[in-house]
Design a protein around this ligand. Sequence first.
Ligand code: FES
Ligand code: FES
Length: 208
Amino acid sequence: MADTMTAPATMAIQVTVNGSNRGGNVEPRTLLVHYLRDHLNLTGTHVGCDTSQCGACVVHLDGESVKSCTVLAVQANGSEITTIEGLAKDGDYHPVQQGFWEMHGLQCGYCTPGMIMASVSLLQRNPNPTEDEIRHGLEGNLCRCTGYQNIVKAVQYAAGQIGRDAGAADAPLPHDAHRPIHHDGTTPHDPASVDDWEDELAGESDES
Ligand code: FES
Ligand code: FES
């Protein structure tokens, strides 16, 4: 009698994830998002639908944003992958991450990693998008909470920041850019780096 309990065959893959060589054996059916989350413990990439609807799973694959629930891990073999965990450099947030903080572009945060990765790709293709271009560029990413307005502002803020970093001293911020205000009238602490944010989370904000 045939052995129906035989483990599924696996395939060896080798990828570069956030600059590190990673590899292992995966079942041919393993989706890239599950490889990242379950094999590499990179749980910043979220699964919202598993059916290519929501964009929570967006990562960069060889520089292109992809919904990682639509890619098999074996298809990524030999590729370079960037996830939300790899976006900050030398402890400094990417301007898009900073923009989402400054403009309060999130509420529950579930869509946020995919939104940010898709926004980074959008600004690489179009460094100075109009509001319509931002909304069109992020059509594949769904958010249940924010109403999208502050997400658009976050991308506009990031575009201005990237422009200034590139030397355009007059690169504009959105004309109505303003930081969110707490109920007590104070503005939130402005973390410039990952360490800074971790200090705040630990109750060590220099505003305290
Ligand atoms: S989990 Fe991939 S698009 Fe929703
Ligand atoms: S912030 Fe909740 S889904 Fe977008």
